[in-house]
Design a protein. Sequence first.
Length: 133
Amino acid sequence: EPANIHRLLASPEGGAFLWTEIYLQYDLLIVYTKPWPKDRINSVQRMVNAMRSGVPTLVQNTGAHHLVLGSDYPGSFVTEQDLNKLINSLRADPARWTSIRREGIRIASSFDPFLIGQMYVNMFSEIAADTVI
């Protein structure tokens, strides 16, 4: 709804939730890796935000995206031909939508700022415990 988007833009934390509000307007999201095709540039953060929305997200699994996804993400493709096959398989098997949605949310949750912050706190605590003064 445009009213929700305007409300989010007006709030102090609006930017954090704006993309989710936009993504929720779609049934399927496709995220391309830079530079193929050249007019579609998306960062890993945009990919993670798309996945966090819960909308099934198909991702071109090359470059930085591959570093995050590895080889097992069920919504990944490399070429346009792979993308077309993936879309056709989704049409034939609606259960794959759920698999892609769940795995996307799982991946996105590993990028939760609190979890990342806790990881650094734990790491520095271990370093401090091993440091002899």
